[in-house]
Design a protein around this ligand. Sequence first.
Ligand SMILES: *Cc1c(COP(=O)(O)O)cnc(C)c1O
Length: 446
Amino acid sequence: MDRIYLCLAHMSGKEQDFIKEAFDTNWVVPMGPNVNAFEKDLEHFVNEVESEESITKDQSLKTNSQLAPLKLKQVSILNSQLDKKVVCLSAGTAAVHLALLACGVEAGDEVLVQSFTFCASSHPITYLGATPVFVDSERESWNMDPDLLEEAIKDRIAKTGKTPKAIIPVALYGMPYQIDRIMEIADRYGIPVIEDAAEGLGSRFKGQVLGTFGKYGVLSFNGNKMITTSGGGALICDNEKDKNEILFYATQARESYPYYQHEHIGYNYRMSNICAGIGRGQMTVIDEHIVHHKHVQELYCELLKDVKGIKMHCNPGPDYDSNFWLCTCTLDPELKVKGQENAYKEVITGAVGGAAGVTHAASTAVTDCQPNTNVEAMRVALDAANIEARPLWKPMHKQPVYKNAPAYTNGVSESLFAVGLCLPAGPYVTDDHVRYIVNAIKSAII
Ligand SMILES: *Cc1c(COP(=O)(O)O)cnc(C)c1O
């Protein structure tokens, strides 16, 4: 069996046509027809709301021979009710950075951010000299706990005399956050919401696409996300005016003079026309990708439902419609896994998951906050069976780099981190792969 990865990029075949067009028309720059067209495609995608009254009809998606067989489901006819605008950028991280800038975040300010996330949600806060204030999760969605959010707002105002400048909930692994409650609280205190939907492209809450509820919505097209442009991201904005302001800062903040005149600090964050060509090709398969991720999730649930001690993380209610970018499960602490007595005995070399780039060598085999030994043993067992699995993201308030940041915690993200594991998902994961993975999980259990 070839190695099964967490989430591999899958091309439609159309990407190269759009790239060729960019070369043929000499648009090999960070702007151009592909960027504009990709933005239009994304606007069309995010503005469609699933209407409750809409009739369901068979979805006639073409099956690509490279793809695993799709079990097609019924989807609703979509009604366009929103008019959001989208700016394409060089990365999702750049989108977070510019959204914070546009919310007026400055040195000395505070920003409330979900602790249970990937570092790209919070690092840009520090780029601006501001302080992240971490908010823990609730158990249902694993995302920002609205009660704790309000407690944090009140306490920050009491302690600092200032209102936090923005709130960043995160659609972890694609799962929607309790956006209705979060928006209600944010509006009550007049704080803008920046939705980090980098992992949740196409996930919906009450039929509406994530990233379209708040003032800004972050998307990522990194190599392992729901769709890819090799690297890239986008910011969903309320209107043309906000979009233009983001564009101004994404292109070095230049004033209209015959020479370079600068009155603000800008960034070189615009997406290239080549990357946008890939994005346009990807938009032709985005619906198939989402259907496939959901199908893989369903199959895991079906095959693991009778396995004691393993629980899949599922939509907590009818309002939630996760894209299941990654499928995740939790292991009962009592579950005995082969080899768990040897977990964490050796210092790991290289990044788990083989992420691109350079990692510093680990200085210790253990830290004060890590997954349980049965989880690590399961990861090692799956790895030996050529299956990539990864622990859940370690909460930011437990990261050494953020040890001085204020945090409002309830133990939820830390306890999930101790027991959780991400399993392979995405277009290349076939039904046979899922059966193989589930069998590998069962064989690792004592
Ligand atoms: C991937 C990701 C980002 C950033 O996206 P990049 O395109 O990789 O910069 C932001 N937030 C979360 C939660 C992510 O997973």
